[in-house]
Design a binder for this molecule. Sequence first.
Ligand SMILES: [Mn+2]
Length: 306
Amino acid sequence: MIQLRLATPKDSKLITGVKRDIALLKQVDPAIAQDVTVLDVAMEKNRAALDNLLAEGVRVFYADHHNPGEIPAHSSLTAHINTAANTCTSLIIDKLLEGRYREWALVGAYGDNMIATADTLANKAGLSEQDRTKLMQFGTYLNYNGYGASLSDLLFPPAEIFRLMAPYPSPFNFIAERPDIYATLEEGFLGDSEKATAVTPHSEKPGSRVFMLPDEAWARRISGVYSNDLTNRDPDTANAVLTEKPDGNYVVSIRAPLNNRTGADELAASFPTGGGRKAAAGINALPAEQLNEFIDAFHQRYQLAT
Ligand SMILES: [Mn+2]
């Protein structure tokens, strides 16, 4: 969104939320909206609201990398959907803008754990290793800041951090001019990561590991990035991170092995409230009584011959 708004400033209302809050389009009032930009939320989960807006004559620009289901053919809909495992919404926009705000695009791509693709683009842009690392860390911190059960878990509400960052043409300007915000994100991330690192696997089989995190704010914040980190550290192993919820159910993050980026979406979708992408998917509320069923299915799916 930062890339798009830098290219074409617009007076608009921002609707966003925690990472898993994706049914956002229904919050748009068709009586008021003329033009809607939708980024990074699955079309399938927003389809009824999308159809409604289009029927009311609202123009919709839609860019995303999640499984869209059937994309409606409508003259008021512009859709840029690419579900390839090596792209993300930030890179889809980067392509449309021909790399105009490449440094912001890289922050998004690193944040979505598209490390190899982002490294290639960063090298092409001639960034030093130090700058690349900075963008990767910043992307990781921003992605981390999206995870939580509700906005009160997060260090910054996503809408607020967008408002703070949006005026800067490059993330390097933002980092230089708002070291206070950068430090808050960094300290939060490092502190939560340290707690996660102390957690040992709940269950382990050749090719896959399951981790269980407690029902605490730090665990809800770190779960998504922690899953990416586990994936990056051992590229042949699939990881599932389960975070307990107050009602006894579990939030689940599934990451396919880096060297076999498949199947996470299908495994997640075989449980109620599950969905996502081939390499990274999740279950919003795994019923406690399906815990063992999930763990068995997960180990089975990513089983390695020994
Ligand atoms: Mn994404």
